[in-house]
Design a protein around this ligand. Sequence first.
Ligand code: MHF
Ligand code: KIV
Ligand code: MG
Length: 264
Amino acid sequence: MRAVTINTLQAHKAAGDKFAVITSYDACFAHLVEEAGIEVILVGDSLGMVLQGHNSTLPVTVSDMAYHTANVARGCSKPLIVTDMPFGSYSSSELALANAVALMQAGAHMVKVEGGAWLLSTIKALTERSIPVCGHLGLTPQSVNSLGGYKVQGRDPKQAQTIIDDAKQLEQAGASLLVLECVPADLAKKISQALSIPVIGIGAGADTDAQVLVIHDMLGLSSHTPKFVRNFMAGNNSIQQALSDYHAAVKSGEFPSAEHTFSG
Ligand SMILES: Nc1nc(=O)c2c([nH]1)NC[C@@H]1CN(c3ccc(C(=O)N[C@@H](CCC(=O)O)C(=O)O)cc3)CN21
Ligand SMILES: CC(C)C(=O)C(=O)O
Ligand SMILES: [Mg+2]
């Protein structure tokens, strides 16, 4: 596998070929993920929950994200590395710019931000300054206190329309990728078809252009696993095989199946 770029992912979408995304927070896992042929590594702020033991992603700092991004970048050379901008680090365009530069200098190839219309000028500012951006809509965990919990989003028609409008505007503002988390499968399908940028689903059904999971969840290491998670260690005795199986199951469309999917 040659180094994955945004062009590679765009070509996958154009050809109707699915690709896989998985979180990593250190060089060891990043290397195993690369060996499995997985296209994209997300250095997710979920590290606040799975590594640091918090019950939300809110306490994670830019310096935490830069530290883990640098460790991941030393462990692999082929996957595209996307790093989450943590809570509060992109509240204004100026703040976002300074923090995104730090994450890019730590080894990220792209940064991810959670939110819709309020972010358009920030996305424009970042992309104009050569910092590629991944959007994130639906269940946005940094908004857990406003949403009242980790709940499926977009079930009522008005809320679904807002997510569709936000997705189109994020693409228009220059986003290169979009994560859709915990939305009904039919809504995710509609958005994936409406956008020309690749859409990555988690709890968003089988019809997005890609899938993402938290690596600890798919290895069966987490105490609470949401409905959209499949344990790829079940019936396996190596992490390397579990990662290869995840890649193959996403590519073939075998994962996610109905049991991992939310309906409207
Ligand atoms: N380990 C881990 N895995 C994740 O997927 C993840 C994190 N941490 N931290 C950041 C966010 C939080 N996420 C979550 C957390 C819980 C649910 C959850 O329990 N969802 C319910 C749906 C409830 C409903 O039906 O509205 C579920 O049953 O899956 C979903 C996403 C996803 N992200
Ligand atoms: C669950 C994914 C999409 C994420 O944002 C994270 O790992 O932080
Ligand atoms: Mg995140």
